[in-house]
Design a protein around this ligand. Structure first.
Ligand SMILES: *Cc1c(COP(=O)(O)O)cnc(C)c1O
Length: 358
């Protein structure tokens, strides 16, 4: 009997299974696996979300006009340079859809953001992965990997899951090497957490680059991961093409209202980011002082390159109710949460270490 003919690439994917929430024997649970903000929405934003909820019988503004205006005003760029999508993952998908054709290659570092391979596969392009060096983008090797078939290159800065960032000079040298008919997508999902002054702000670089796209999100520092909203900034010629691939109405009306309100409450949100950065430094310093190898992080997580110990470490964390994000055989990514959550993580990491050394 014949069966419906699905795309062969789908056979490589396992069906989604919801993960179990880790719980300690006392029933405690600390979620440090998805790089979310540990804080709920601000009271002012919560109110806007509640009000917007009363209008969901209406379709959202398909052009996201007010939101795009607000983003443009906040970042001092023309509205015509901004495109929005259903999370920055949605915008990344739009970008790939806008260049995706059989035979086109997409270059990115590996390991990097998990969404890149899937989105690349689904848009029909070929992935070219360039290994990290010292947990950091190897921009020289990435430049070498670009050919006349390359349609897009991702640079995740700082990189998820390793937290490392590349600096202005090497980044600009790399940009200079990329042919102008190839899009450069600088994924700055964690931009607000950067403290190294040598790591550039993509929005200061794109104006005289005809192929540079800066990708940002409201999911991390702005604490709106559940509402799904992200945006890109690039020259008008790019933004105009990418907007054509927008799934109609995919940025919902509650998300649009909440993002606008969050831009209005930015001072308060960035205070929270400052607390997270302080906690990041505390977690990093504590781990280093106890002998862990941890690359410096410019994001709201740290990376433990544990190799073959990764799954045992993750299981020990689970048993203590601390969910981390393991990548078998490579390492574990641990988000920075509230001080209490970070203490719980540091405690289990110390138990694991002393047991292993004991
Ligand atoms: C979390 C993250 C995003 C954000 O995705 P959204 O779809 O906006 O929630 C984008 N890029 C990277 C590298 C991330 O880690």
């Amino acid at each position: 009997m014949s069966k419906p003919r699905f795309r062969s690439v789908l056979d490589e994917y396992v069906a989604y299974r919801p993960g179990k929430v880790a719980r300690s024997s006392e029933g405690r649970s600390y979620k440090l696996s998805s790089n979310e903000s540990p804080y709920g929405p601000l009271p002012s934003v919560r109110e806007v979300i509640a009000d917007a909820g009363g209008l969901v019988n209406r379709y959202p503004d398909n052009g996201c006009t007010a939101l795009i205006e607000a983003i443009a005003a906040r970042h001092d760029v023309p509205a015509a340079h901004v495109a929005v999508g259903c999370g920055s993952v949605g915008v990344a998908q739009m970008l790939l859809e806008s260049i995706g054709e059989p035979g086109v290659e997409v270059v990115y570092a590996w390991r990097s953001f998990e969404a890149y391979p899937t989105l690349a596969d689904l848009s029909g392009v070929t992935s070219v992965r360039v290994p990290l060096t010292d947990e950091t983008h190897d921009l020289r090797a990435m430049g070498d990997a670009i050919t006349d078939r390359t349609g897009l290159v991702f640079v995740c800065n700082p990189n998820n899951p390793t937290g490392t960032a590349v600096r202005r000079r090497e980044l600009e040298e790399f940009f200079d090497r990329v042919p102008q008919d190839c899009l450069i997508v600088l994924d700055e999902a964690y931009h607000e957490y950067i403290r190294d002054p040598e790591v550039p702000d993509g929005l200061e670089l794109y104006a005289d680059r005809p192929n540079l796209v800066v990708l940002r999100t409201f999911s991390k520092a702005y604490g709106l991961a559940g509402l799904r909203i992200g945006f890109m900034v690039a020259q008008e010629a790019i933004a105009e093409q990418v907007r054509k691939t927008y799934l109609p109405f995919s940025v919902n009306s509650v998300a649009q209202a909440a993002a606008i309100a969050s831009l209005g409450a930015e001072g308060e949100l960035l205070d929270r980011v400052a607390s997270t950065v302080k906690e990041r430094e505390r977690v990093y310093d504590t781990l280093r002082a106890r002998g862990w190898r941890v690359p410096p992080s410019e994001a709201n997580f740290v990376w433990l390159p544990l190799g073959d110990d990764t799954m045992a470490f993750s299981a020990a964390c689970d048993a203590a109710g601390v969910s981390v994000r393991p990548f078998a055989g490579e390492g574990a990514r641990v988000s920075i949460g509230s001080p209490e959550e970070n203490d719980a993580f540091l405690a289990v990491a110390e138990l694991y270490r002393t047991a292993k050394e004991g």
